[in-house]
Write a protein that binds this ligand. Sequence first.
Ligand SMILES: [Zn+2]
Length: 241
Amino acid sequence: MSDASVLVKQLEAMRDNTQRLSKMAASGSISYAEAGKRVSQYGQSAGRTILSFLKENFPDGIAEDDALELIPPALRVNYKYAVNLATSAQEQVNKKARIKLKALSPDFNEEKAVNMAKHIADTGITDDVVKLVQANARSVVDSTIAVNANAHENAGLSVRVIRKYDGVGVHYGRDACEWCLERQGEWEHVADAQADGAFERHPGCGCEIIYQTTRLQWQSQSRGSNWTNISIEEARQRRRS
Ligand SMILES: [Zn+2]
């Protein structure tokens, strides 16, 4: 067995176990917020598994060829876990808005995986691997939002992408993250959300990105939602309290 298949087997065992446990606890429906949280947790465990595998097998650092052989298949396992949960969350969004469209799933992002492999070969095997793997898994949830919001917008539905600053992950216990505070908000056009960086994350970013859609007759009701941008000062206050 190649190194890659050993690592993939480890991750698959962990994924299946996590899925079994969450099925036992699941009530059937899952929100994007919940999917994001679970994927984040899973991504952290997967990141630790990958990190210890790399440390054990490549104590003197990893060559680019080896990293390219290992990292993309490993991330593909995480992708499958994340895309399942995110697609379920999207199904809930569609159901709530009574939209008879199939929830779409984004493809596995091979380019991101290749870039991460090169980055790890370049910078060496450090604890950052955990955050990188976690952010990569979380980006699957974000991409699911983007791909569905785009389709809905093209179909003439009213969409809403929301990014909320959350004092978790590397934000926790530190000064407010101005990079993330700049990216929070609510958007009614996916292209605007993308242009404002709503789907961008730094490693360890715990911001919540969620998606809602409404059929047009509901639009007036959903306008003027009570969520607004909070200032950097407010974010600091929240952390103190
Ligand atoms: Zn941040």
